[in-house]
Design a protein around this ligand. Structure first.
Ligand code: NAG
Ligand code: NAG
Length: 163
């Protein structure tokens, strides 16, 4: 039996992404992300920034605006993106700007300096995809990111839905 694995995700992106320059989605020209200065922030301030960041990134899907919260020396653990703002922006903007790709936030937690987000993505792969993003704040900025990406395998023994 064919088992879907996270490699499916990367294979799909490898096929999709060369077709799209970062500025090519819907013919709009996408401004580059703005590197930003880090200021000290309390846990309460970080939580407010996380709320704004989540709204911009996953709800209004304004990726250039969301990236204004990311540190210029962003540390990226996703294996197909590189450190710094530009690589992640060029990778994510075509995906999250595409209105055929839908995002449904399921859970979120902020406990300074970490913000977690668990969400469902439809329209990216054959099957709905579960993603967990973990961000670490440094003062006012998002400094570091990890993610875990899962599809439901064919013939999964567990009858519960993935979401
Ligand atoms: C948007 O996503 C849909 C569904 O995955 C895909 O068919 C389409 O080619 C994408 N459009 C652009 C402009 O990337
Ligand atoms: C926070 O950002 C400052 C300024 O870029 C940097 O020097 C420092 O190492 C960062 N601290 C952490 C814990 O990431």
């Amino acid at each position: 039996m064919h088992m879907r694995t996270s490699t499916t995700f990367f294979k799909a992106l490898t096929l999709i992404l060369p077709l799209l320059g970062p500025g090519s989605v819907f013919g709009k020209s996408t401004p580059p992300p703005v590197p930003c200065v880090i200021h000290a922030a309390t846990a309460v301030e970080q939580k407010l920034i996380f709320t704004t960041f989540v709204e911009e990134f996953y709800v209004t899907r304004d990726i250039p605006r969301a990236f204004s919260h990311i540190a210029a020396d962003y540390i990226q653990h996703n294996p197909v993106e590189l450190d710094g703002v530009t690589s992640s922006f060029d990778f994510l903007d075509p995906i999250f700007s595409n209105t055929s790709v839908t995002v449904q936030i399921l859970h979120r937690v902020f406990e300074a300096p970490y913000g977690w987000l668990h969400y469902r993505v439809d329209g990216l792969l054959d099957e709905p995809t579960a993603i967990l993003d973990l961000f670490r704040f440094n003062g006012t900025r998002v400094q570091e990111h990890w993610d875990v990406i899962q599809e439901r395998p064919v013939n999964a023994p567990n009858p519960h839905a993935l979401f």
